[in-house]
Every structure is written in C-alpha cells, then in structure tokens.
Design a protein around this ligand. Structure first.
Ligand SMILES: CC(C)[C@H](C(=O)O)[C@@H](O)C(=O)O
Ligand code: SF4
Length: 479
C-alpha cells in the first residue's frame, strides 16, 4: 500500500514513538543526549535520591562549556587551572563527578575535543540524521541542521531522559520556511536567519517545528545550516530541521562517532528516505527570496528587531501594534539609540566572534578574510572564541589565529564566552557589542550591555572600523 506523503518531521517522529495516549501525548524514544554543566546537576541529584541508574549511558555525551573561562586554562603540569568563580567551579566539578559515577562519556575541560556542546555534537558525528537528540539547552535546535529532530529540554526532563531514554511530548505543527534564489555578495547564513526571524517574529514559530527548504538552504555548507537551525528557537520554534543530503553525508563520513563500514552504508540508505515526500503538507509555509536579503543586524533587544546594514534605527511610532511600539521605545532606551540614526553611524566598543551560532571554521575564515591586513580600531576590544578545541586547532593550522592576533583580536580558548556572560567574558554596563551570538536580550552579555547580532564577517568589519559597518565595503580589497 502506498503510504501518505510525509514530512521529514513526521517520519522521524513516527519512527520514535514508543507509546501513544488517547490525548495525543506520546512517549518518544531519545537516541542522543548531550549534557553540559549548567542544567545537569539537579538531574543527576534526582537520580541519586531516587536510587536510579542511567538507562543507556552510552547514548549520552557530556562536555563543559558555559562556565569555563576562555583564557589559557592549563597550568604548566597540563592540569586545569583553578576557576575563581565558586559556583562555576562547583558546577564543573559536579559534571566531572556525575559523569564518572553514572558511567557517561565525558569530554574534560582539558581535552582537545572540548567545546560548546552544539559545536561538539556535529563535529564528532554524535549528531546524526533521523535521530532524536535532546540537551538541557535551548539552542539544541542547531543539530536539526543535520536532519536530527533536536530540541532543548528542562532539567526535570534531563533527569527523565537519563533514567528512561524517553521523553513525553505532543506533536508540533509543521512550518516550511523556503528560501529561494541565491545569496548576494557578502550575505551569509546568519543574515538569512536574521531575515527569517525579522519576518516571522520572535514568537512566529511558536507551536511549530520548522523545516528549512529551498535552493539557498541546499547550497549552504553544514556550518551555515547549523547557524540557521541554531536560531530556530529565537523564532519561537520547537525545533528546526534541514533534510539530510549529499552535503550532510560528506560532512559526517569518517567523523569519530559516526557509523563506519557496512553500518555507514546502511545508515546512508535510511537517511536517503528521510526527506519530505513530494505532496506532503505543512501546516504553514513562509517564503523568502534570497535576493531581498542584505547583510543584516539587530537594533533592539529582541532577535526579531532586524534591519539591513544600509537601514536606520526605526521610529517606534512606525509600528502599528501598540505593544510593539512600547517594546521598541523600551528597546531603544536600553540600547541608547535614537530613531532615524543610520546603523552605519553607530560606534561599537566590543566585538565578539563566537558562540554556537557562529564559531565554526567557516565562520572564523569569513571573519579572518575581513581582518586580514587590517587592524582593530582604536578603543575597540575584539575577541575570537573558537567553538571547540578542534576548530581552534584547525584554525591555527590554517594560520587564522595569526591573522586575528596581528590585527589586534584576542584569540581565546573554546567555550560559550561572551554569548551569555556566565563566565569572566562580559560586556561592561552601557557598552555596545557587535556579536555573532544569537540573543540580544537585556543584560545578555552582562548587566546593561548592548548587543547587536550580526554575521562573523560583519563583526570583523565592525572591529576594524569601530562602528557597525557594511562588510561589502571592505570585501575584495585587502586593506
Ligand atoms: C544556560 C542554558 C540553559 C541556556 C539555554 O538554554 O539556552 C544558554 O545556553 C543560553 O543560550 O541561554
Ligand atoms: S554559546 Fe551561547 S547560545 Fe550557545 S549554548 Fe552557549 S550560551 Fe547558549
């Protein structure tokens, strides 16, 4: 019997349902679980109190990222230097102890593979197409770039997954976001996702799992796809998916935790059946044409506050919705910006190139190509934080670290860093930062800090000009 055409989401969902209740709630099998130091301590404590073990310890991988300082962290003896912040030190130690006690794979802060959990999963081949993958972290949506149904969960759910390898869920609606056309000069995956969120709004994806489709998505590298899927949550979606294709298989082949030999062939055969069938229906479709997308950035305190770099700070009165008008007024007050100001006239004091959105090798290459032969502007502090030790190593092999250091950027150890100020990397109160991260919320990069989200190339352009600049003006002519 020919079955009904299905979306990628429906295929993965159906393949993982263990039990379906009358009210529609399902118990879903979870294939992969990533763990970091911030959201796991109470979950392990819960297991201990209940006298439970971890059901399938080999399906879980733990790595510290949020709290680690990004300054050199190894002492002369090769051991981790003490961490000054007591709470951070306690969480890091708890992760080490808990993973040892429960028999879970653990990447230590001193290991070359350490990095941001959402950079580490894909690069080790832990993240695979067609799997269900969870982590106590909202940006778990990133892993959808490889065709995994991946989403963030709360600490009590972390405990549930550790204990049972399942999760109770209800099915989401499906939204297709199709990006057709070709990307313009100087336009990157980050600009695409900013444009998408600008269009649908920060709550536009609420209740949906998004699948990104269209010519632009197909031509993006896995790095670019990770940037897009990563920010699905900033558009309110439960998860973001991109169908696996030859680009995905080429990226995964030979990764340490990916299947190998006959198992690889079997896996690829299955992965090829996953893309959405012709004729399958989405609950909603949103279409964008890439030719309309310019290098973009945020002006306010919500990721939906997006303008092209050629634009101006909007006038709150231009918003029809009174709630939006009010939010824009508050945003501009916090951001210290006046309506009508050209974005390119806004000066910055800090630049952060990093985070799980934009800290992979391609991101660093894009930033380095702008930094090459130039110098960070006077009064600007610019920092490059590779997403993992492996990215750092590769960047160093390519000489990118030299380009950055010669240009006056700081070259750091991997971690979440200035993305969220849970470690010593913070933007001081009232200061402005051009940042490749994913959240521009009030206080996100430190109390009173002002964040503009943009691409790695745009961040490098801001660093060398000392203002929010159009990267296209700096491309193709080396200093
Ligand atoms: C600390 C963690 C729970 C949090 C998240 O869930 O996303 C962080 O990673 C973030 O980006 O805000
Ligand atoms: S880099 Fe930022 S967004 Fe990503 S996991 Fe770390 S804190 Fe969250």
């Amino acid at each position: 019997m020919a079955s009904r055409p299905q979306t990628l989401y429906e295929k993965i969902w159906d393949a993982h349902v263990v039990e379906r209740r009358d009210d529609g709630t399902c118990l879903l099998y979870i294939d992969r679980h990533l763990v970091h130091e911030v959201t796991s301590p109470q979950a392990f404590e819960g297991l201990r109190v209940a006298g439970r073990r971890v059901r399938r310890p080999e399906l879980t991988l733990a790595v510290p990222d949020h709290n680690l300082p990004t300054t050199p962290r190894l002492g002369a003896d090769g051991r981790l230097l003490p961490i000054a912040d007591r709470e951070s030190a306690a969480q890091l130690e708890a992760l080490r102890r808990n993973t040892a006690e429960f028999g879970i794979d653990y990447i230590d802060a001193t290991a070359a593979e350490q990095g941001i959990v959402h950079v580490v999963g894909p690069e080790l081949g832990f993240t695979l197409p067609g799997t269900t993958l969870v982590c106590g972290d909202s940006h778990t949506s990133a892993h959808g770039a490889l065709g995994a149904l991946a989403f963030g969960i709360g600490t009590s759910e972390v405990e549930h997954v550790l204990a049972t390898q399942t999760l109770q869920l209800t099915r989401s609606k499906t939204m297709e976001i199709r990006v057709d056309g070709t990307l313009g000069y100087g336009v990157s995956a980050k600009d695409v996702i900013l444009a998408i969120i600008g269009r649908i709004g920060a709550a536009g994806g609420t209740g949906y799992v998004v699948e990104y489709t269209g010519a632009v998505i197909r031509t993006l590298s896995i790095e670019g796809r990770l940037t897009i899927a990563n920010m699905s949550i900033e558009g309110g979606a439960r998860a973001g998916l991109i169908a696996p294709d030859e680009t995905t298989f080429a990226y995964l082949k030979g990764r340490p935790m990916a299947p190998a030999g006959a198992e690889w062939d079997r896996a690829v055969d299955w992965w090829r059946t996953l893309p959405t069938d012709a004729g399958a229906r989405y609950d909603r479709t949103v279409m964008l044409d890439a030719t309309d997308i310019a290098p973009s950035l945020t002006w306010g305190t919500s990721p939906e506050d997006v303008v092209p770099i050629t634009g101006v700070v909007p006038d709150p009165d231009s918003f029809a919705d009174p709630a939006k008008r009010d939010a824009a007024r508050k945003s501009l007050d916090y951001m210290g910006l006046a309506p009508g100001t050209r974005m390119q006239d806004v000066g910055v004091g800090h630049v952060f190139i990093g985070s799980c959105t934009n800290s992979r090798i391609e991101d660093l290459r894009a930033a380095a190509s702008v930094a090459n032969g130039r110098h960070v502007a006077d009064g600007v502090r610019a920092m490059v934080v590779p997403g993992s030790g492996l990215v750092k190593r590769q960047a160093e092999a390519e000489g990118l670290d030299r380009i950055f250091v010669d240009a006056g950027f700081e070259w750091r150890e991997p971690g979440c860093s200035m993305c969220l100020a849970m470690n010593p990397d913070k933007v001081p109160p009232g200061e402005r930062c051009a940042s490749t991260s994913n959240r521009n919320f009030v206080g996100r990069q430190g109390p009173g800090a002002r964040t503009h989200l943009l691409s790695p190339a745009m961040a490098a352009a801001a660093a060398v000009t000392g203002r929010l600049a159009d990267v296209r003006d700096l491309m193709g002519n080396d200093a």
